[in-house]
Write a protein that binds this ligand. Sequence first.
Ligand code: AMP
Length: 232
Amino acid sequence: MNIVLIGAQGSGKGTQAKLLTQILQFSHVASGDLFRKALDEQTELGLRAKTYLEHGELVPDELTVAMVLECINLIDCCAGLLLDGFPRTIAQARLLDQHFTQMNRHIDLAIYLDVPSHELISRITGRLICHAQQHVYHAIKHPPKTPGICDIDGSELYQRTDDQDEAIKKRLEIFFRKTVYVLEYYKQQQKLVIINGDLDVQCVFANLFQFVKKLDSSYLFHNKEQRHFRAL
Ligand code: AMP
């Protein structure tokens, strides 16, 4: 099963993706994480993507698609695949479909986490992330016990450069302008579900998981984590 998770920055996409992949034992491919890793490691891809990332702009489709498809080809996605942050443009969605057709796969479900802009801005502005494992905090709504330090692994917290003022506005503006076409693309294929992302994490997850369960319950219940699903 292949799922696409779509949501603006601050929509809780990363958190929901982690919960979903843990429970389903799916492989998780997050395009933003791949770019940040490439940037940290100063690879050629990282250096080519650097300016776009810093300014909150979308990295050109040819670089993004090549990176994500290469990652999909390298990992084991037999149990299923969750794509997080990709596709973000209609061209990416089409190229993904073409690639999947060659692999005899297809997208089963596209989930959109819907959160109002004012809430997104408030979430992103206070967002703090730990260096070691990207655990997420919020300066006001979910502060760490010790300022600047991750409660879980003790690493330092930082604010992403693209989580600052102008970059935030630009990222959100680009998201709503371009991603609306991706939503329409999956809607036409009757694969789109819209989830209210403006609720607490567990409620959002429960709502989202109902759709995943409905999609192919026989598939899920054959998975080794079956007792988990029944408990939900
Ligand atoms: P994210 O962590 O998903 O917010 O992504 C961080 C940044 O990575 C974005 O602001 C873009 O610069 C870049 N990026 C991530 N995914 C994509 C994508 N599908 N297409 C183009 N750029 C992307």
